[in-house]
Ligand binder design. Structure first.
Ligand code: ATP
Length: 371
């Protein structure tokens, strides 16, 4: 998507060695992060991994045992949430149904020293920012889910925070509305230019929206990279499996005359480079990973661009624009998924039919057997 941009400027938020326990439970483990001015940053991970705890720690709603949280180079320990240059948009929109849209937005300014006219103007400006110009007089209870979400955003933006913290803000919306709001949020973030930190367990949402993503498991950040690096070069099988679909095949890796050779079950031998091994070259037992879109089923008479392997079709799942084929390579029990775009309509391939699969050695990612 072209509307994304790279973050610029120095770190606005720095976390160093942040640790937190809830009783015996280790909720945040050695968190080290730098988030830039104007960056769209996501915390991504499965339920219970500590994303919300980390966001609330930055917001000042949560204490931490040790380490540092700094915003604009100032140590935030002991600084209450309402004195931090952050504002949070919650999962539940917390819109007051008995107030108008404008009153809901102006609510954020209730403690400000602004005059009533200034507050109204600021609230109207914030509504315009989120695409709700002219909606101020409407009753909040009569809004759609997407509109409520925008009111919640306007209420957070009206305070002109340096950082907007978003805790699963789109999870209550249906799929279409969510996709629409994702694009709107990216545009909004670019327009207002402030740092957004988003908590999500939806990997697709994180990939679409973020400049950078921190992947968390069990209170720990296991990889922090831009979406493409996370997708193409996941540092572990676990990250690879969490971000999209990745096929895995057992392999062995050896060094021969200064080159690395991988012998991959079902595919055969191929040279690999250190670049393809995000956690270092695993000599000996290894696992090779590859995304479904890096494989192609060959038509009769078609030759492979790189390499070819014989297989059998196990399952065919039609998705309209795509078809997923699960195939079994010779000598491998576990099926491998191939995704093919249905550009000119669907080719009918029967379950049980023999197939030829084109694969590219450069698309392989090589992990240690235990990584
Ligand atoms: P979800 O996506 O489900 O919201 P999350 O990744 O945001 O999950 P957190 O809400 O940060 O996870 O919770 C991390 C862990 O800490 C969970 O195991 C949770 O049960 C625990 N936890 C969170 N808040 C508290 C609390 N106040 N007291 C005790 N344990 C807590």
């Amino acid at each position: 998507m072209t509307i994304k941009k790279k973050p610029s400027g120095p770190a606005l938020i720095t976390l160093q060695k942040v640790e937190k326990h809830y009783g015996d439970y280790h909720a945040l483990r050695d968190i080290n992060l730098e988030i830039g001015q104007g960056e769209f940053f996501s915390l991504l991970g499965p339920s219970g991994c500590g994303k919300t705890t980390l966001l609330r720690t930055i917001a000042g709603f949560e204490d931490y045992d040790s380490g540092y949280v700094m915003i604009s180079s100032k140590d935030m320990r002991g600084v209450p949430a309402n004195k931090r240059p952050t504002n949070m948009v919650f999962q539940s929109y917390a819109i007051f149904p008995h107030l108008t849209v404008l009153q809901n937005v102006a609510f954020g300014l209730r403690k400000s020293a602004m005059s009533k006219a200034e507050k109204t103007k600021a609230a109207e400006d914030a509504l315009e920012m989120v695409g709700l110009k002219g909606y101020g007089h409407r009753a909040a209870h009569a809004l759609s889910g997407g509109q409520r979400q925008r009111v919640a955003l306007a209420r957070a933006l009206v305070l002109k925070p340096k950082v907007l913290l978003l805790d699963e803000p789109l999870s209550a919306l249906d799929r279409k509305m969510r996709e629409q709001m994702q694009v709107e949020l990216i545009k909004l973030q670019r327009e207002v230019g402030i740092t957004f930190i988003l908590v999500t367990h939806d990997q697709e949402e994180a990939l679409v929206m973020s400049d950078r993503i921190a992947v968390m498991f069990e209170g720990e950040i296991v990889q922090c990279d831009d979406p493409e690096v996370l997708y193409r070069k996941p540092k572990s099988k676990r990250v690879a499996d969490f971000i999209g679909v990745m096929n895995f095949l057992p392999a062995t890796v050896r060094e021969e005359g200064g080159k690395y050779i991988a012998s991959v079950a079902g595919l055969g031998e191929t040279e690999i480079t250190g670049e393809q091994c995000p956690a270092g070259v695993p000599l000996g037992e290894a696992t090779v990973g590859f995304r479904p879109e890096t494989l192609t089923l060959l038509y009769e008479g078609q030759t492979a661009t790189h390499r070819e392997a014989p297989a059998t079709i196990e399952e065919v799942v039609y998705y309209g624009d795509m078809t997923y084929y699960d195939v079994k390579f010779e000598g491998v029990d576990k099926p491998v998924r191939i995704s093919m775009r249905n550009i000119f309509g669907r080719d009918v391939l029967d379950v049980g039919a023999p197939a030829r699969v084109s694969w590219s050695p450069g698309a392989l990612v090589v992990f240690g057997a235990g990584e």
